[in-house]
Design a protein around this ligand. Structure first.
Ligand code: ATP
Ligand code: ZN
Length: 309
């Protein structure tokens, strides 16, 4: 028996041999946690779809598999996402910075995503005598973000009492529960309709792609990050075609700072060319007006889907 084992490899040895040589080529699925429903759900799903990932977005299921990429998607409440990632149950997550900070999770920031922008603000009643931050000493503040608020008050050495409530924070002053509130504000409409006014910004927030510790070298993550970055770059960019008289071309090309130098295509009319380029979304209308003043005509603006550098 011993002799046979020593001389002829058993099936299990052959299996382990093939497993060994295949290991570098088999990519393990990563798991990404996104919000199941709420303000970040739609944009998170859209971002992943724009990365070319093909999956069913069943509202009723908690997990779905991407058919053309090594990724599974978990649909969770946003408050649970940092904890799942910290514990390694999910490898990646998309969640607001406000939630990451409040849960004090030990996760890695991989990419700012540019959506879900909002600000955690202190708000006070319209007729409140509070004028400066120091006036909050001895006062009470209602919030669903006790940890972030504690840090903020500590930083500014304010001794206020924090009343933690889980929702509808903005009704607390009206009910006599607190002198001020600390809550997420985007337009200020909810504050106003509850007789409150914004007072001081505590922190701003946007959606972040987070990862568990020690994930950076993973090839699936590298590919996903590259795709996400190309989608984000494209979102901030427009493709521009404009007609220019040759005598104005030098000035127009000077004004354009594209990915590389612009493409110049001659038109049927010899005195004219078409200039193709991409421009960033910042100050878009100012740039267009400057180009028009420099002689650009027939300006066509198109969306860009991806920019791969
Ligand atoms: P869940 O059911 O997943 O716990 P939620 O009700 O706690 O959801 P949402 O209101 O869907 O959370 O907000 C999710 C995130 O969207 C917030 O944590 C914040 O990062 C971001 N956000 C952007 N704008 C706003 C806003 N106006 N109010 C609240 N959150 C906002
Ligand atoms: Zn939540």
């Amino acid at each position: 028996m011993l002799l046979r084992e020593a001389s002829f490899p058993g099936l299990e040895h052959i299996y382990y041999f093939f497993q060994l040589i295949q290991t570098p080529f088999i990519l393990k699925n990563l798991k990404i946690a996104i919000q199941k429903s709420g303000r970040l759900n739609e944009k998170s799903v859209q971002l992943l779809k724009n990365c070319g990932l093909d999956f069913e977005n069943y509202k009723s299921s908690l997990i779905t598999t991407v058919s053309n990429f090594n990724l599974e998607i978990l649909f969770l409440r946003d408050d649970d996402i940092p904890g799942y990632v910290e514990q390694g149950i999910a490898d990646l997550g998309i969640v607001g910075e406000n939630v990451i900070d409040e849960t004090q999770s030990n996760v890695t920031y991989l990419q700012r995503l540019g959506f879900g922008k909002c600000t955690l603000k202190l708000g006070i009643p319209k007729d409140s005598p509070i004028e400066r931050l120091e006036d909050l000493n001895g006062k009470s503040i209602a919030t669903s973000y006790p940890n972030i608020l504690t840090e903020f008050l500590k930083e500014y050495k304010i001794d206020a009492q924090i009343r933690t409530i889980s929702g509808s924070v903005e009704i607390a002053p009206g009910l006599g529960l607190s002198d001020a509130i600390c809550d997420i504000v985007s337009t200020g409409g909810t504050l106003k309709s509850n007789g409150l006014k914004p007072f001081i910004d505590v922190r701003s927030s946007e959606a972040i792609l987070i990862g568990r510790q020690n994930l950076q070298e993973n090839p699936v993550l590298c590919e996903l990050l590259q795709r996400i970055q190309s989608v984000l770059r494209a979102k901030e960019t427009k493709y521009l075609v404009l007609n220019v008289e040759r005598k104005n071309l030098a000035e127009i090309t000077e004004l354009l700072h594209g990915v590389k130098s612009p493409t110049i295509v001659p038109l049927a009319d010899e005195g004219w060319v078409a200039v193709h380029t991409v421009i960033s979304e910042d100050d878009f209308w100012d740039k267009i007006n400057t180009l028009k003043s420099a002689g650009a005509q027939g300006i066509v603006v198109m969306p860009v889907e991806k920019i791969i550098l």
